[in-house]
Design a protein. Structure first.
Ligand code: TXA
Ligand code: MG
Length: 359
């Protein structure tokens, strides 16, 4: 299959007639049942008509995604949610008013007849969000239907934050990718579910627990992913799968003392090189100079105190290690506060839980 690449500026004020034609072409492919990769403010999504079971089945096939992992439905207008879900609670309405369009996904009680089973993986709930990216909104509106879209990566691989990442995974296997430039947030949306007077954060993201507390904390409890201990609490089916993983063996190092951290990383990298590994390090600007001579691929993710900077480049860095065929990776932890909590969650999943906290 030929994969069309439609380059469209992120800024809708710059759109020419030609840009609008590209958006219409992407929407036409979607209407005809073909999944198309589109940019959102979080990561690229592989989008298909959410009301068309056969189109959605193709997403699962192309990604190699397990059938029990449901998809997020993307709407162009807030009112569209009423066609997909049962009437909203006040908490849900408030969250939509405050955070849509934007990187917040709500898991809602579905109107089952309105959405094919395959989208929901047979659950009685449906996950919905209105993305903020102008290109995503324009494509949803031009298609005239809600779009089911998981991240546009092969299952298990790091999510795509650039069109080239999508092409790495899907060139020749999807009809088109709309290239709207690098995504702004870099990590996937926050997923929440309101149930029994509590708001459960099923997946952390750039809409942080602190922001949700401020929004609805006065009327309900806000429960973070890390606090979910009891099996009766709601979960996202996706959390049980390996995620975001680079091909090399990865370890997260969380040693707040700089001297101790540098010593550990230098020693570990020397040992890895001696056993024949190609080494890679994901570090911050302040520490990078200590490793230049010692590590094969050193990637710098801004400054330690600004986890937004790490979020933005994280998946690109993980994919870069793969491109450079790095077999042994160390990534430095960031402070797990606010967006840092979501970033640490991705880092730990990419590392399969391997973390060093003391020496
Ligand atoms: O930012 C994002 O959310 C991106 C962009 C493209 O919108 N999408 C994305 O989709 O990350 P995906 O499929 O990679 O992750 C969706 C997550 C999975 O963990 C899935 O299990 C969960 O949302 N999810 C979807 N529907 C659900 C439901 N009905 N109940 C619980 N969790 C659900
Ligand atoms: Mg994904």
């Amino acid at each position: 299959m030929r994969t069309e690449v439609y380059v469209v500026s992120r800024d809708s004020e710059e759109w020419t007639e030609e840009d609008r034609d590209k958006i219409d072409s992407a929407a036409a492919l979607i209407r005809n049942g073909h999944p198309v990769a589109i940019p959102t403010e979080t990561v690229y999504g592989l989008a298909a008509n959410a009301l068309h079971a056969h189109a959605v089945e193709q997403i699962f096939a192309v990604k190699g995604r397990p059938a029990d992992n449901p998809l997020i439905v993307h709407v162009g207008e807030q009112a569209q949610v009423n066609e997909l879900a049962e009437p909203l609670s006040q908490v849900e309405q408030r969250l939509i008013e405050l955070f849509w369009p934007g990187p917040l996904t709500l898991v809602l009680k579905a109107k089952p007849a309105a959405i094919p089973d395959v989208v929901r993986a047979g659950l009685d709930t449906v996950a919905v969000r209105q993305p903020k990216h102008p290109v995503a909104l324009a494509i949803i509106r031009a298609s005239g239907v809600p779009l089911a879209a998981p991240s546009a990566n092969l299952s298990g691989r790091p999510s795509p934050t650039k069109a080239e990442h999508v092409l790495d995974d899907f060139l020749g296997n999807i009809a088109a990718v709309v290239d709207g430039g690098p995504t702004a947030d870099g990590i996937e949306s926050t997923v929440v579910r309101y149930m029994d007077d509590a708001l459960y954060i099923l997946r952390a993201g750039t809409i942080t627990a602190e922001m949700l507390m401020e929004a609805v904390g006065s009327v309900c409890r806000v429960i973070s992913e890390e606090d979910v201990v009891c099996s009766a609490t709601p979960r996202s089916p996706g959390v049980k799968y390996t995620h975001y993983a680079p091909r090399g063996e990865m370890t997260v190092v969380d040693l707040p003392d700089q001297a101790q951290r540098i010593e550990w990383i230098q020693r570990t990298m020397r040992e890895a090189a001696l056993t024949g590994h190609k080494t890679g390090l994901l570090t911050f600007a302040d520490d990078a100079p200590f490793y230049r001579e010692l590590v094969d691929v050193v990637l710098v993710a801004g400054v330690r105190s600004e986890p937004e900077q790490l979020a933005e480049v994280l998946y690109d860095c993980l994919r870069r290690f793969d491109r450079e065929q790095v077999t042994f990776i160390v990534a430095e932890a960031c402070p797990a506060k606010q967006v840092g909590a979501a970033v640490m969650n991705r880092l730990l999943k990419a590392a399969g839980g391997r973390m060093v906290r003391d020496v």
